[in-house]
Design a protein around this ligand. Sequence first.
Ligand code: HPA
Length: 235
Amino acid sequence: MSLHISAKNGEIAEKVLLPGDPLRAKFIAETYLENVSCYTNIRGMLGFTGEYKGQRVSVQGTGMGMPSFSIYANELINDYNCKKLIRVGTCGSISEKVNLKDVILVNGTHTDSSIYKTRFKDINFSAVPSFDLLYKAYNISKQSSLSAKVGTVLVTDLFYMDSAKEINELMKSYGTLAIEMESAELYALGAKFGVDVLTILTVSDDLVKNKAVAPKDRQTTFTQMMEIALDTIID
Ligand code: HPA
């Protein structure tokens, strides 16, 4: 039992997928895992453990934004000994290089977050994923013709940002593909605790053409990303 997760020792696998939405955690567990059990429902932030291709895998909801994400990731790593963590999430595209429903393997993050200012002071920390996980996910996506894109994202504290247009243009001009709200914290914690981390995203909102995946299609659209993530996280 940790402060925000009610699992007993040993109930969470070393390999964990991290969707923001707890109901997506339930969907992943029910769709892909066998012998599933739910190990926590504190604050409705569901977590499940089961087996994928014979290996134990957990799926834990994290909520939205880095403060919420950070609580769950810290406890998974420090209280439950998790060693491989892959975020599976959604993002808004800011570049014509990616389209609605595309999958992105995040090879680095930029952030406006005060979390980084608090933690790193004047240092501009370079947040990168585990090379092994990125390389494996890339190969899996290539072999199966899922064709994920590889690139950077802006991780922001504000979903509703006053200066979004200006910021999106600036970040796009530096090659950034999309915006989301969690991965900079995952990559910082991976570096801090020496665990393997990666983010795989699906474009749910096209901020260039002002289009979005319909709410009813969101869960099914994301199966490509979940399959890459599951095949990447197992040995
Ligand atoms: N902005 C930030 N995070 C997001 C978005 C967005 O437009 N879409 C999905 N996650």
